[in-house]
Design a protein around this ligand. Structure first.
Ligand code: HEC
Length: 87
């Protein structure tokens, strides 16, 4: 519910959703494949604290909008839906 309400308005996930402002968080690879949990947490909390450029469009989510447990739940969700590497 958190992902659908707060992230899908701008992002897609594996092509699902209508968000067009931000990148698809599942393609070409799931964000959990190239970010660390700490890096993901820092980016969702305040993208400008991680990297910065003029056209940056994502606003951060302060603790009153999404708590630390919420960001951890988003990470767990994205990991859960990420395609598993073949054994
Ligand atoms: C207002 C639109 C908007 C919302 C809402 C939004 N994002 Fe973003 N997001 C962006 C944009 C645009 C980018 C690309 C970087 C930039 O311009 O800020 C981005 C980049 C990212 C990235 C980096 C992806 C990469 O490969 O570099 C992650 C991870 C991310 N968003 C996760 C989230 C999560 C999780 C949520 C929900 C809590 C969320 N975003 C909500 C617009 C949004």
């Amino acid at each position: 519910a958190l992902f659908a309400g707060d992230c899908l308005p701008c992002h897609r996930l594996d092509g699902i959703g209508r968000g067009t402002k931000g990148p698809d968080l599942g393609r070409p690879m799931n964000v959990t494949a190239y970010l660390t949990p700490a890096g993901f947490h820092a980016l969702v909390r305040d993208p400008r604290a991680v990297r910065h450029w003029p056209a940056q469009a994502m606003a951060g989510f302060p603790p009153d909008l999404i708590g630390d447990d919420g960001i951890a739940a988003l990470w767990a969700y994205l990991q859960l839906v990420a395609p598993r590497a073949a054994p």
